[in-house]
Design a protein. Structure first.
Length: 131
């Protein structure tokens, strides 16, 4: 019986090791999160200057089309700590000027990647970003 329990524990541990999300997986996840944040901050709330709001027809679609670029940007500001069965990702970015007078909100996110999923453990935001 103890041998069976040990075997089950080993299989469980091995499955966690094999399903530990990669850095590329995290970048894709971060890109999705940045699209949601960007659409909320720039499209849902009147943050954009009036001239840009008149010029941009479909703001959420425009933000979503930049998913890959946002994922790569997040990757540049992320460090990964591989714990073998899980990973901790720390992303710290913001303050960059996107357009004259329009700055990217600053944020610091700590995320746990485990079993092929991501769990946000902590977020800190500044300059108008949502927490």
């Amino acid at each position: 019986m103890a041998l069976l329990a040990g075997g089950v524990a080993m299989v469980g541990l091995l499955s966690l090791v094999l399903s530990n999300p990669s850095f590329d997986d995290y970048e894709a996840h971060a890109g999705d999160q940045l699209v949601k944040l960007g659409a909320k901050e720039l499209c849902d709330e009147p943050t954009l200057p009036m001239v840009l709001r008149l010029w941009i027809r479909n703001c959420p679609e425009l933000i979503a089309s930049q998913r890959d670029a946002l994922a790569a940007l997040a990757g540049q500001f992320t460090t990964r700590r591989n714990l073998v069965v899980a990973s901790l990702y720390s992303t710290r970015m913001g303050g960059q000027e996107l357009l004259p007078g329009l700055r990217l909100p600053g944020f610091d996110v700590l995320t746990l990647g485990v079993a092929g999923r991501f769990v946000i453990l902590r977020t800190d935001a500044s300059d108008g970003a949502s927490k």
